[in-house]
Ligand binder design. Structure first.
Ligand code: COA
Length: 376
């Protein structure tokens, strides 16, 4: 068995930013237009008027202040309310692959690894822009890696599930190096017209290079242990899929063809699941709360993270111990905990232990316990 380690990370951040102010302004303009359009039905009591959104609510309910997106103009246009992206020819890089190339290049550079040394690409994300050829194989081709690639989807937990898959292959010896890539174009499957959730998502892409620790040439994170769990729930769901055209009415602009959630239920059900998962993982690894120097959590909601952090640490963690990035990025699905890890781990000392945890639809939860090694 070989010991796996994370030796490089990369984050591709889209250039366009939407503030809460901008988002609420355009949502309220959309609501006003819809109310005007349906004024007669509303006056007759046959339809409910749309309510305005508010910046205060968004910050208080989620902690989100800004989100990065691949296209801002479409999302903010009250007559459009979704990203507008040009159609690409089959021989051009797709959007997810393009984002992935940028994140992978940074991860490879950080690790000092040449693309051809990489044996596997796992494209782990909550949506893939087409079923086949796999996005991972396209990334393999564009980055110039060897071996093979495959796509996987475990919604918001995709990154930790991908890390375990790669780490296990490295442990077993079937590969030496892998890139786990999380191109999350959440803006494409989000319902920007729904007041209850229009503020929660953003776009980003993360990449993690995992290799045999014996091959590491610089500072890195030993993967001490990984743990995954799933439990079926319909409280976060998206009914879009390839059987859509076979069902009468499914080609219409239906709410359930985009991200849908019962936010309150998710909150109540996922928190105990995640807290118990982390506690069990730490106990089995003989890690006490006092041993844990950092917690990189899934970035969906600040109140959720505050709750988990307090439960895991047995006290309120400092912002340095439990870094949040959701205020700047919003929920970027599987990429969120990896953005936090990539941006808030350089300062850790030799031997420091940290835990990456992602959770979401499925329900699913994954945790990765890592130990900082300041030199190869
Ligand atoms: N602006 C103003 N008011 C709003 C609003 C908005 N954008 N959206 C909802 N409200 C109102 C609601 O109508 C409701 O009003 P009422 O009390 O009069 O009925 C009130 O605010 C509370 O709404 P609710 O949806 O219960 O808010 P919440 O506190 O649960 O926060 C989420 C909503 C989505 C932020 C929160 O539920 C959440 O983060 N859940 C977990 C999500 C998660 O982890 N998902 C994983 C996805 S990967």
């Amino acid at each position: 068995m070989h010991q796996p380690a994370i030796t490089g990370t990369g984050v591709f951040t889209p250039a366009e930013v939407i503030s809460n102010d901008e988002l609420v302004h355009s949502f309220n303009a959309y609501a006003d237009r819809m109310n005007a359009r349906h004024a007669a039905a509303i006056a007759a009591g046959e339809a409910e008027p749309m309510q305005h959104s508010s910046v205060e609510f968004i910050v208080q309910a989620s902690g989100i202040e800004n989100r990065r997106v691949v296209n801002k103009s479409g999302i903010l246009d009250p007559e459009v309310m979704h990203p507008l992206l040009r159609a690409r020819a089959d021989d051009e890089p797709g959007l997810m692959a393009e984002m992935a190339v940028a994140a992978c290049s940074d991860a490879l550079e950080m690790a000092g690894v040449a693309p051809a040394e990489v044996d596997a690409v796992i494209c782990a994300a909550s949506n893939h822009e087409r079923p086949y050829p796999a996005i991972a194989v396209e990334i393999q081709n564009l980055v110039g890696t060897s071996g093979f690639g495959f796509d996987m989807n475990v919604a918001c937990s995709s990154a930790t599930f991908g890390i375990q898959a790669a780490a296990d292959m490295i442990r077993a010896g079937s590969i030496r190096k892998a890139l786990v890539v999380n191109p999350e174009v959440c803006s494409g499957h989000h319902e920007w017209r729904d007041r209850d959730c229009h503020f929660i998502f953003g776009d980003v892409c993360t990449a993690t290079l995992i290799e045999r620790e014996a091959d590491a040439t610089g500072p890195h994170f030993t993967i001490r242990s990984t743990r995954l769990a799933t439990e079926f729930s319909n409280n976060i769901r998206n009914n879009n899929g390839f059987l859509r055209r076979t069902r009468p009415g499914h080609m219409e602009d239906r709410r359930d063809m985009l991200f849908v959630q019962e936010g309150r239920k998710v909150f109540k059900q996922v928190l105990p699941l995640v807290c118990a998962h982390i506690a069990g993982h730490m106990k089995d690894e003989g890690i006490e709360a006092a041993d844990l120097k950092r917690l990189w959590l899934h970035q969906a909601n600040k109140t959720m993270n505050d709750f988990i952090g307090k439960k895991v640490m047995g006290r309120t963690p400092t912002p340095e111990e439990q870094p949040n990035i959701l205020q700047d990025y919003a929920n970027t699905s599987s990429a969120g905990s990896i953005v936090a890890f990539a941006q808030h781990s350089d300062d850790m000392a030799d031997g420091d232990i940290g835990l990456i945890c992602s959770f979401g639809a499925g329900y699913s939860v994954g945790s990765v316990i890592v130990e900082r090694k300041s030199a190869a």
